[in-house]
Design a protein around this ligand. Sequence first.
Ligand SMILES: [Zn+2]
Ligand SMILES: [Zn+2]
Length: 134
Amino acid sequence: MTPDQRRQLRADLLEIAPWLTHPEHGPQAVDAGSCARCEQAPRLLPTCGPAGHEALCRRCALELGDDGWCDGHHEEGLAARAWAEQLPPRWGDLVVLWWVATGELRPTAAAGISADELPAWVTAALPPPAEPPR
Ligand SMILES: [Zn+2]
Ligand SMILES: [Zn+2]
């Protein structure tokens, strides 16, 4: 993807998901990658709990509850989980697309994302799925 295409994808994504640029939660607040607990879903929330997780997906953060945050940050944890709960079901796909758009992930990271229910102008920016594994 060219820098122009990435810039356009960022603008397009913010049209449907302005929450992607929240400074304290979401893909801008964590390094690109998978949840430190389940290693399946993308990371969404930075955490500081006794377990030492660095960043969790929504499901893991909700499952851990207060345990995901240290004693001094329970209020922050509560706010983070409330924020995560109101995200759309496809938050994970949108987070991955955001990281592709920022250049933090290779475009191939978006290959597994279904185009269903995404606006055509977003799917038009997606790379073709046929790239062979390196
Ligand atoms: Zn997880
Ligand atoms: Zn803390």
